[in-house]
Design a protein around this ligand. Sequence first.
Ligand code: PGA
Length: 260
Amino acid sequence: MNMIICKDANAVGKTTAQEIAQLITGQGKCVLGLATGSTPIPCYNELVRMHKDEGLDFSHVTTFNLDEYLGLKPTHEQSYRYFMNQHLFDGINIELCNTFVPDGVGGDPRQCAGVYEDQIRALGPIHLQILGIGNNGHIGFNEPGSSLASRTRVVTLTEQTIRDNSRFFSSMEEVPKFALTMGIGTILEAERVILLATGAGKADAVAAAIEGPLTASCPASALQLHRNPIFIIDEQAASKLERKEYYIHAQDAMASLISS
Ligand code: PGA
């Protein structure tokens, strides 16, 4: 698995933005899978800067977000649609009709999940999927115990996720208890996957995902099955990796091989 260990969260954001910029500059139609949460914000800030200062063009880009809370309207400040508009889409030249977020208020949620899966199938494949990781190892809202072959569906959030995300709401009670999420099987079909993690709080989840067993108890460990996963993480998030020294050595050795 490819590992890029960066100094801090800003460096993680810049490195990831460069990967995205390279991809969308190098091809015509391009489909990105995007994530919400605190971790990708520096990456989105950098993409907005690259658009403004360097003319990075998003007019040919389609995006699919990983997940959305059930019951929050797109205008709700904690909805993931609102988050994406605020942190990325409003600052770049993407057509909003090419940005997809699961519909958490569209009627029968199971039907909305099926529609989303069909949209990904019709407009995909996703060329590059960005992922965060939960303290409990979740990717998207695929909580521990999710089938590794799961598709986009309605899920019940764990107590821990509700607690972790309550920092964005005025109380725990306000956090939605259900969400729509791309499944792990859906995520694994992306051509490339980049998982981002920053801060010491993610160190256990990162170690379990990369060096632990492949298990539904750590949904991010499913990336061990992906053909092209990259982990872009900071030093704190990497601090519990047993083979950290090897990963750093491999990163340096590969860079010098490519430049020679
Ligand atoms: P965070 O969330 O980036 O806010 O830590 C990540 C996640 O829960 O997937």
